[in-house]
Design a protein around this ligand. Structure first.
Ligand SMILES: *[C@@H]1O[C@H](CO)[C@@H](O)[C@H](O)[C@H]1NC(C)=O
Ligand SMILES: *[C@@H]1O[C@H](CO)[C@@H](O)[C@H](O)[C@H]1NC(C)=O
Ligand SMILES: *[C@@H]1O[C@H](CO)[C@@H](O)[C@H](O)[C@H]1NC(C)=O
Ligand SMILES: *[C@@H]1O[C@H](CO)[C@@H](O)[C@H](O)[C@H]1NC(C)=O
Ligand SMILES: *[C@@H]1O[C@H](CO)[C@@H](O)[C@H](O)[C@H]1NC(C)=O
Ligand SMILES: *[C@@H]1O[C@H](CO)[C@@H](O)[C@H](O)[C@H]1NC(C)=O
Ligand SMILES: *[C@@H]1O[C@H](CO)[C@@H](O)[C@H](O)[C@H]1NC(C)=O
Ligand SMILES: *[C@@H]1O[C@H](CO)[C@@H](O)[C@H](O)[C@H]1NC(C)=O
Ligand SMILES: *[C@@H]1O[C@H](CO)[C@@H](O)[C@H](O)[C@H]1NC(C)=O
Ligand SMILES: *[C@@H]1O[C@H](CO)[C@@H](O)[C@H](O)[C@H]1NC(C)=O
Ligand SMILES: *[C@@H]1O[C@H](CO)[C@@H](O)[C@H](O)[C@H]1NC(C)=O
Ligand SMILES: *[C@@H]1O[C@H](CO)[C@@H](O)[C@H](O)[C@H]1NC(C)=O
Length: 418
């Protein structure tokens, strides 16, 4: 049994982050030696009867799994991952000569677990068994597949990704050699012969020496622009002391992939506090919590800190904090405005994209925004600036030249007069 959560802390620049990865398990034999290793991600989509209709839920294989029921034999082994209240995902492997394969994948789920199947009226345990695509794996090699493997059935879809599995580990040492799945092989000009039947052509056994298979980057689908939310904080029951309007899209980096999500204004609650030197706005939605801290730096305010937490499906929280920002800067007594889409790097794992941004964290007089310091990008004349800079520079050079010439003439006349 094991769980795996890569924890990386980078305190140096005031940045702290945690990141979830695949689920890693080690199965040991009776002598306590590693005999089956797996590190993988599985996404499930399950349809179940909910009264008269059919509901569908999605969840990930969580990092909290137990391996009770797993066992290692000489020519057959079983990996069983138990999670939640009565769900399990298991694979059985058989060895034949110098290759091994996974024969079947079985997923069982407990329909009386209403935390997962909220409108289920059933109390039975259902299961699906499918033939596996993991075949022809060289003995003493790890099977590796970064590409998504989608297994579709009537009621359950499973998506396997970032799979690294070794069955029949010899002498307790995981192999450094890899058998890659055919989907990960570099694409050659004639596309691979049609797949889809369960009697697949065996993937070629390769003796790649590299341990780290190349990461695959999955392009994220483009989201619609986020809706603009209007958030406010009151210092007492009635007096508005902080106003913030914006549409917000968040991009988080998980492993080699980026996940983007929009903050849904009408599913978000705003709270916070206002002070003389610092004000806070906290936005809470069902999936994320964002804390924005503004500071009053005598004449100016700015966004100084962001503490972002998001729930991922696996139950592992993504958290990113930066307490050393200088964004959205404007004079106290005015508001900061930027209508154009803006892209802010909060940490190396977190970016904010803002739309129709206007904030005022200090000095609100009558519950409305004061005049705005508009961001540069909003200005229609922004394209002129490089030209203006060029012109100004030329003037400066001419000015220096003229004053130099005048100075020379003056000093010369000075000499002559002495
Ligand atoms: C904050 O950022 C500034 C530059 O943006 C840098 O000079 C300073 O060292 C940083 N402070 C900390 C504590 O990281
Ligand atoms: C199924 O879920 C219910 C409710 O969560 C729980 O009481 C029961 O023990 C579970 N059954 C199994 C076999 O785990
Ligand atoms: C399953 O639910 C039915 C009613 O929905 C109940 O009569 C039956 O006893 C339950 N069975 C178990 C094993 O809990
Ligand atoms: C792994 O690869 C190395 C280098 O190709 C080779 O020397 C070694 O025998 C291989 N091990 C196995 C178990 O195939
Ligand atoms: C499984 O995927 C197919 C194709 O994408 C889809 O039509 C079907 O609704 C999915 N089933 C479930 C249970 O999610
Ligand atoms: C893979 O390695 C094994 C021994 O480790 C060797 O017998 C086999 O020929 C190699 N296969 C390829 C495709 O290099
Ligand atoms: C805020 O409202 C509560 C009840 O609604 C009231 O008891 C309290 O006095 C109010 N405070 C101010 C500062 O108005
Ligand atoms: C949230 O806002 C969107 C568009 O503004 C609207 O379509 C949706 O019905 C709203 N949802 C709720 C729960 O109010
Ligand atoms: C900002 O801070 C200065 C002192 O640093 C204070 O005099 C001023 O009142 C503050 N402004 C607001 C709006 O709180
Ligand atoms: C970020 O916010 C969470 C709660 O939302 C809190 O537990 C955590 O301590 C905060 N981190 C920092 C560095 O302020
Ligand atoms: C699995 O689901 C999570 C969110 O629930 C998503 O971020 C991830 O990309 C999904 N993975 C695959 C392989 O579909
Ligand atoms: C966000 O900004 C960075 C650097 O400024 C840039 O590399 C990246 O492409 C931008 N992303 C988008 C989606 O505009």
């Amino acid at each position: 049994m094991a769980r795996f959560a890569a924890f990386v802390s980078l305190l140096a620049a005031g940045i702290v982050f945690q990141l979830s990865h695949g689920v890693e398990v080690n199965v040991t034999d009776k002598e306590g030696k590693l005999c089956l290793y797996a590190n993988l991600m599985v996404n499930f989509s399950v349809s179940y009867p909910a009264g008269e209709k059919i509901d569908t839920v999605e969840f990930e294989l969580p990092s909290e799994v137990t391996t009770n029921g797993s066992e290692c034999g000489a020519t057959s082994s079983t990996l069983k991952l138990n999670f939640g209240d009565g769900r399990s995902w298991s694979v059985n492997f058989t060895m034949d000569g110098n290759v091994y394969q996974a024969d079947y994948i079985t997923f069982s789920y407990n329909l009386s677990d209403t935390t997962v199947f909220p409108s289920s009226g059933s109390n039975e345990t259902a299961s699906v068994t499918v033939k596996s695509q993991i075949t022809n794996v060289g003995v003493d090699t790890c099977y590796s597949c970064n590409s998504k493997d989608m297994i579709l059935t009537d009621m359950v879809n499973m998506t396997l990704s970032s799979v690294l599995i070794q069955a029949f580990v010899s002498e307790g040492n995981k192999s450094e050699n890899i058998t890659s799945c055919s989907a990960d092989q570099p694409v050659t000009s004639p596309p691979p012969t049609t797949q889809g039947t369960n009697a697949t052509t065996p993937a070629p056994v390769t003796n790649a020496t590299s341990t780290a298979p190349p990461p695959t980057t999955t392009p994220t689908p483009t989201l619609p622009p986020p809706n603009t939310g209007k958030y406010s904080v009151n210092s007492d029951n009635t007096t508005v002391c902080l106003l913030a309007d914006f549409g917000l899209r968040i991009s988080i980096k998980q492993g080699e992939t980026y996940q983007e999500m929009n903050l849904e204004p009408n599913k978000t609650t705003a709270s916070g506090s206002c002070g003389v030197n610092s004000s806070e706005l906290q936005l809470v939605s069902s999936t994320m919590t964002i804390m924005l801290t503004f500071i009053n730096d005598t004449a100016k305010f700015r966004l100084h800190a962001v503490n972002f937490t998001a729930k991922t499906g696996s139950g592992v929280d993504f958290n990113a904090v930066n307490t050393n920002l200088t964004l959205w800067e404007a004079a106290i007594g005015s508001s900061y405005m930027c209508n154009k889409e803006q892209n802010y790097t909060i940490t190396n794992l977190l970016s904010f994209y803002t739309f129709n941004l206007r904030v005022q964290p200090f000095g609100i007089a009558k519950g409305v925004f004061n005049t705005a310091d508009e961001c540069f990008m909003d200005s229609d004349l922004s394209f002129l600036v490089p030209i203006a800079v060029g012109v100004a520079l030329s003037f400066l050079i001419i000015l220096v030249l003229i004053s130099y010439l005048i100075g020379r003439r003056k000093s010369r006349t000075g000499y002559q007069s002495v």
